[in-house]
Unconditional design. Sequence first.
Length: 582
Amino acid sequence: MDIFSVLTMIGGLSLFLFGMNIMGQSLEQRAGGKLRSLLGKMTTNKAAGLLTGLGVTAVIQSSSATTVMVVGFVNSGLMTLKQAINVIMGANVGTTATAWILSMAGIDSNNVFVSLLKPSSFTPILALIGIILYMFCKSTKKKDTGMILLGFATLMFGMETMSGAVSGLSEVEEFTNLFIMFKNPFLGVLAGAVLTAIIQSSSASVGILQALAITGQISYGAAVPIIMGQNIGTCVTAMISSIGANKNAKRAAFVHLNFNVIGSMVCLILFCIYRAVFAPAFLDQSASLLGIAVTHSAFNVFCTALMLPLSGVLEKLVCKLVPDNDKPESDSELDYRLLTTPPIALKRCYEVACDMAECAVTALRDSITSLTDYSPELAEKIRQAEDKTDHYEDILGTYLVKLSSLHISEEDSNEAAKLLKIIGDFERISDHAVNITESSEELIEKNITLSDKALSELSVMLNAISEILNLCLDSFTNSSTESALRIEPLEQVIDGLKEALRTNHILRLQQGHCGIEAGFIWSDLLTNLERVSDHCSNIAGCIIDMSAGNLNLHESLRTFRNDTDDYTNKFKEYSLKYALEE
């Protein structure tokens, strides 16, 4: 084996790893909402969690990536430790899918139809289809499909190149002696763990082992311990990702480590006993690509079957390894680990935005209460809610900008843009809550009392504002287009109420029923209330446009307002409901 073969092997390895990475990312990208939906079905049920981990890992081709996601979920409170254990176990089985795909490279037959199953036969066709989809299609989903095919073609081409380059190693005595040494089970486990820890992917590590198996120098006796070690090495990624996380997230990472270490050690002991007692001849036979895939799957299925009934014991073990302490932990609202899976990160952003919406709307409702039942404690509560809403806007805005810079689907990109706009409107609603509270304080400090007529008119306005807030919160948190469509006609009624209340106050001023100072406060109060309805309208517009798949924000709302009888009917309904008494 000369220097050119070494360079070819390095090139093949690079293409193999790159193709695996691109294919995994593109599969995840293409899955999009389906992946989000799948992860949303996680329950405390062991079977459901197991299948979820298996399915997600089979899609993204990496148990390490799945486990990092799980650590992020636990850290963000999206998943309990008990749920995480089942998902992690499923991930170990799901990661075996890659080895089965790669084993197709070992197909060897003179039959034309069987030969067509060999990747080298159909990979060029997939690459051609992939490049056409990627270069000439405008649809994001088609481009992602093209990248999946290109990633797979690159992966398989790298595998073929690497296998061809290492085939000459069968004649190198040092290489043969190396794998004779790995027949020592403990050295084999160590070698598998170190290699996998370096490249941080057990799927890729198994693929490299399969490529080396082409030489015929790797026996089953050497391959089995190496596969065991690969499961231990893949835990490095999750352990690194748990640095800085809360204690439950650290426990999730330790679950992955303990699961693989315990499973590998049990299997290693059984393997050594079996080899010593029976001395099976097949352990000295050369391992095939298919044989390695079968071994990898059998090992992981056995470990899962062994540990699944003991998940409760595993939970207690990691709780002892990472004990509780008296120091309170900060709540990590948005975990940057989730950015490895943009659809899940976006789902988390929406959940945090819903908390922000609830906080802002509650602050506004409390400010309305302060107009008739003011207390310093209530005012402080409103200001704290406004500070909290500002905090939400800061962290969500930063996170969503970071998320938008990633390679995400058009649908997710539009959703991120919608959230960025909507959180600004909710933040402004909380600002208006503070402004209304300040108007209440000014009325008390200056000992100003509004006339009975003014209070009666204000109550109509406040009832309308209360309803539009309810509709706004429901439309956002429940993605209710029906509620969103009721907001615009009500907002127009509120605009009319504002002008009517302002005009009526001027008439009272002229008649001497109200003072000038009360007029300034009255004007500020009406302006803040009307602007709250404007922000509700903005939020409704985003929701309606997104439900219609319209990128031009508010176009659907304008169409609804100008071209439908539904808007006219709702406007008449609210005009009657919130009509002022003569």
